[in-house]
Design a protein around this ligand. Structure first.
Ligand SMILES: [Zn+2]
Length: 121
């Protein structure tokens, strides 16, 4: 478990249609999060290491006007390699984003390009 500690810094930002920031979240490696466990069991995730709080779920939890949410943006930064890495939301976060009714996900891919995709219902 310790090999995952602080390896990645993940931040998620939720914006409305006009690009105004509604909420910001970041991942945490300090403790297992109940929302992550609950959704994890729904989507068939049994890996306990993945039940730490993810940035997307943190941003959703903190967002007080989710009805205005238009896009969630995710950045993953690897401290070890000093690079951006693959940062598509995991199945748990994808489920949470879909349930929260956020229509689009924007993330930075391996090549550093920003991609926006429609969230599957
Ligand atoms: Zn996730």
């Amino acid at each position: 478990m310790s090999r995952y500690k602080n390896q990645y810094i993940v931040t998620a930002y939720i914006y409305d249609k006009r690009g105004r920031l509604l909420s910001m979240g970041r991942n945490s490696y300090t403790k297992t999060h109940p929302t992550m466990v609950r959704i994890g069991s729904k989507v068939g995730f049994r890996n306990q290491e993945k039940t730490f709080l993810h940035a997307e779920v943190d941003a959703i939890n903190k967002c007080i006007n989710l009805d205005k949410a238009h896009v969630i943006e995710v950045f993953v930064y690897s401290e070890r390699s000093n690079t951006y890495c693959k940062s598509r939301p995991c199945p748990i976060c994808s489920y949470a984003i879909s349930k929260a009714g956020i229509p689009f996900i924007r993330y930075r891919n391996r090549k550093g390009n920003i991609i926006q995709v429609k969230v599957k219902k």
